[in-house]
Design a protein around this ligand. Structure first.
Ligand SMILES: *Cc1c(COP(=O)(O)O)cnc(C)c1O
Length: 463
């Protein structure tokens, strides 16, 4: 996306941002359905409700900031992925996006599988009763203890990420008297982000074993020789927040190329290919994500075309959406604390959270939108920057947005599409306790992850 100059706008003309914030939306009270979960609406007196619960009640009962998660929206999205891929494929929810025991139960009930990438995520999954054979264990540096627990639990797939790990997992599986299902994670030389992908030197990263130079083929060769490993297939994950399917096309072409080479060399047709996650969501109304059924159709066609050309039996496909399932299901509810208009610049709106509950804006320059949710307003739009309460000037939640000019301390505002990588990346910076996750459904709100307290923080400090 270009960072270009902007035509004059309604106010603060010299600092207007680009894209959809170049001009304020026609109606600030309107909630764009692309960025809010399905049950979000305004009730008759202008208060936003989700899952039949209004945000004022949520704030009164659970405090702010809080992540508010729409359970039926989550289930609908999970089901849409499951249905789109059908019984001939597997959908692994990427737990790192957001994981809690309630979420694990919903996924289990909706027939999804689960990706974990640490002992902590594995423990959460197992404690909520996810069958181990539907768990895949990822990571570029799993500890011996983590691998031992995964093997002992009977995890269906361990995704091997290095030559050391091939040997390590084989040893641990043999000692446990098990034959461990594994995938080999390869880097296909494709990196995809949003609307672009680059198919050049992107093997320069810590994940996976490069296809280039025959390294991945060598990894398969070694793994096939180890009796305690059941080599199920090849894994590739090319990026995040992707809208353009062409990166997957190149990845599938290259992965199938490896399957063909394996067949030619070893006479073995590996039965699975995992194309990873990374499918994009709408953070602002500018984003146009693909629907799961379109993605499923496109990936299935790509793989079967490539396999036909290589005269291979089409392998079972798996995908690993994280953000695309949980991202749109939650918003962060904040209370406005202070408002600082800076003449000729912009207005700074400070909320009671910040980079500790949403690091994505400062970490990735992520874009978000924001809305006044405790009431409607007919006041003129003002260009604002929503910032947190932390001791860091980069503590920005929403870089550029419009809010009504009569915004006042005590108003509730909400930032939509914060379900993925916000609570899971939350920190205790400035010793700010992490917010709760409140699930709403059918008029009821239920805390699924409680708010951290100062006692929680002090309990860790044993000095
Ligand atoms: C992060 C990750 C995912 C999920 O990515 P999303 O962008 O949340 O869909 C899937 N697979 C692997 C291997 C990952 O590392």
């Amino acid at each position: 996306m270009s960072r270009s100059a902007h035509p004059a706008g309604p106010r603060h003309a010299d600092v207007l941002p680009e894209g959809h914030y170049a001009a304020p939306p026609a109606d600030l009270n309107q909630l764009h359905p692309k960025v809010w979960s399905h049950t979000v609406t305004r009730d008759a007196d202008g208060v936003v409700t989700v899952g039949g619960v209004d945000v004022k009640t949520l704030a009164d009962t659970h405090g702010t900031p809080a992540y508010v998660l729409d359970e039926s929206d989550f289930r609908e999205r999970a089901r849409a992925w499951r249905t789109a891929f059908g019984p001939g494929a597997d959908v692994f929810y990427a737990g790192k996006a957001f994981l809690s025991r309630a979420v694990v139960r919903w996924l289990d009930e909706e027939g999804l599988n689960l990706d974990v990438c640490s002992g902590g995520e594995l423990a959460t999954a197992l404690s909520a009763g996810m069958p181990a054979d539907r768990i895949a264990f990822h990571g570029n540096n799993k500890s011996t203890a983590e691998i031992e627990r995964a093997v002992a639990a009977g995890v269906g797939r361990i995704v091997l990420d290095s030559f050391q790990e091939i040997v390590r997992v084989a040893h641990i599986a043999r000692a446990a008297g098990r034959r461990q299902g594994v995938l080999i994670r390869v880097t296909v030389g494709v990196e995809a982000h949003t609307h672009e992908f680059i198919a050049t030197a992107h093997e320069d990263q810590k994940f996976g074993i490069p296809l280039a130079g025959g390294q991945a083929a060598e990894a398969v060769r070694r793994a096939l020789q180890l009796d305690s490993l059941d080599v199920l297939g090849i894994h590739s994950h090319i990026g995040s927040q992707i809208f353009d399917m062409s990166g997957f096309e190149v990845a599938a072409h290259r992965v199938v190329g490896l399957l063909k080479a394996v067949r030619d060399e070893h006479g073995v047709e590996l039965p699975e290919i995992d194309l990873g996650g990374g499918l994009g969501i709408a953070y602002t109304s500018d984003d146009d994500p693909r629907e799961p059924h379109e993605i499923a159709k496109s990936l299935t066609e790509i793989v079967s075309r490539e396999c036909d050309a290589a005269k291979l039996r089409a392998p079972r496909i798996s995908v690993e959406p994280g953000r695309a399932i949980v991202g749109p299901t939650a918003f962060t509810l904040y209370e406005v604390g202070t408002i600082k208009p800076l003449d000729g610049l912009r207005t700074y709106v400070s909320v009671d959270g910040g980079m500790s509950d949403n690091i994505r804006t400062s970490l990735y320059d992520a874009e978000y939108s924001v809305a006044l949710v405790s009431r409607t307003s007919d006041a003129e739009p003002v260009l604002v920057r929503v910032v947190g309460k932390h001791c860091e000037s980069g503590d920005i939640v929403v870089r550029d947005a419009f809010l009504p000019a009569d915004l006042a301390p005590g108003d509730l505002i909400a930032v939509p599409a914060t379900g993925a990588y916000c609570r899971s990346m939350a920190s205790n910076y400035n010793h700010v306790p992490r917010p709760p996750v409140v699930a709403v459904r059918d008029g009821e709100a239920r805390v699924i992850v409680r708010r951290e307290t100062e006692e929680d923080l002090l309990r860790l400090d044993v000095g």
